[in-house]
Design a protein around this ligand. Structure first.
Ligand SMILES: Nc1ncnc2c1ncn2[C@@H]1O[C@H](COP(=O)(O)OP(=O)(O)OP(=O)(O)O)[C@@H](O)[C@H]1O
Length: 326
């Protein structure tokens, strides 16, 4: 049974900071069609560390985050934050959640510090927390500059600083490095890593793998609103190791290997396929016995990025739509 109280104690039964089950979101398009943005998503974010929420553009990340924060209604499914069902019990937990989903509004003529002081006082926070937040995001020394003179990267860091004013246990950042140059990306990345090391659970949504791989301890990969893979980054990388098989007829080879219980995927060209297996010799034997001769067999060592691209290759073409007018 739940151990939660009005103080927002974590439900120890789950020990998950974010949990969604069969989460679904449909939008009605102008043409009267139903666009399924999120379809049956099970998301499980453990306490502590930085969790990547990865998927190509349009895969449903922002929609999922908006539902978690009560900014959009789910069509069906359940969601929990700190073990509490949301949106029903969102008021009990929202004080522990910091989020940068859209660009927050700062006054351009006030300094960064003045902007933060205003925000902090509006939620009854101590002024000292403003200094802490400025230091955490690395804006010490620049906090006296007017907001309008800030670079995009500094604005993003200020947005993160604003979320820290309530000392959140969970920080949700939606594509925080969008539009930043490499130096700006590195600054944000360092800030996020630092926050994770301080014990804040961070959900970091991104479609850029290379940078996420360096920051995240665990990750969920989605495509077309569906879960494709989830686990520690190390597990995801291990799961991504595969063998490339070169044969004249990959379709036939895939059917055979699938029937034998292997998991296969299309290869990088028309005469290849990828197979996830611990036993490449078994693959050779199965194909050989069926008269399918291998022209090549090679282990594929992958980084998270190529694994991600491979997983989401079929999911970037468009969203599922049903019903309505053509
Ligand atoms: N208000 C809306 N009305 C109709 N469709 C929407 C609406 N909001 C989002 N969608 C659609 O839902 C799908 C998922 O969009 P979403 O913004 O959640 O993706 P995302 O993964 O955050 O993408 P990005 O990386 O580009 O931000 C897209 O096909 C999008 O067009």
């Amino acid at each position: 049974m739940s151990t939660t109280s009005d103080l927002g104690v974590v439900d120890t039964r789950h020990d998950l900071i974010i949990e969604t089950t069969a989460l679904r979101k449909e939008f009605r398009t102008r043409k009267g069609q139903t666009r399924v943005a999120v379809q049956g998503l099970d998301l499980a974010v453990p306490a502590g560390g930085v969790h990547g929420f990865l998927g190509p553009n349009g895969s449903g990340k922002t929609t999922t985050i908006r539902m978690l924060l009560g900014l959009a209604a789910a069509t069906s499914g359940t969601m929990r934050l700190f073990g509490r069902p949301v949106p029903d019990e969102l008021p009990a937990v929202i004080g522990r959640v910091g989020a940068v989903v859209e660009s927050p509004k700062f006054s351009p003529n006030l300094t960064a510090r003045q902007n933060l002081l205003l925000l902090s006082r509006s939620i009854g926070g101590p002024d000292a927390r403003v200094d802490e937040a400025i230091e955490t995001v690395g804006l010490t020394g620049r906090d006296g500059d007017r907001f309008r003179a800030y670079s995009l990267g500094m604005k993003q860091r200020l947005a993160i600083a604003a979320t820290l004013l309530k000392d959140p246990a969970l920080l949700i950042l939606d594509e925080p490095t969008n539009g930043l140059d490499p130096a700006g990306i590195r600054e944000i990345r360092d800030t996020i890593r630092d926050l994770g090391e301080r014990g804040v659970t961070v959900l970091l949504s991104s479609h850029i793998l290379a940078e996420v791989q360096q920051v995240c301890t665990s990750a969920t990969i989605i495509g077309n609103g569906r879960l494709l893979a989830s686990g520690t980054v190390a597990d995801l990388l291990a799961g991504g190791s595969a063998y490339r098989v070169d044969v004249a007829s990959p379709g036939e080879a895939r059917r055979l290997l699938d029937a034998a219980g292997h998991t296969t995927r299309p290869g990088p060209d028309e005469h290849s396929l990828l197979v996830d297996t611990e036993a490449p010799a078994e693959v050779t034997r199965l194909l050989g016995e069926a008269g399918i001769w291998l022209a090549g067999l090679s282990a594929q060592r992958q980084d998270l990025e190529s694994y991600f691209l491979e997983l989401t290759a079929d999911d970037t073409l468009g969203q599922a739509t049903t019903g309505g007018a053509a």
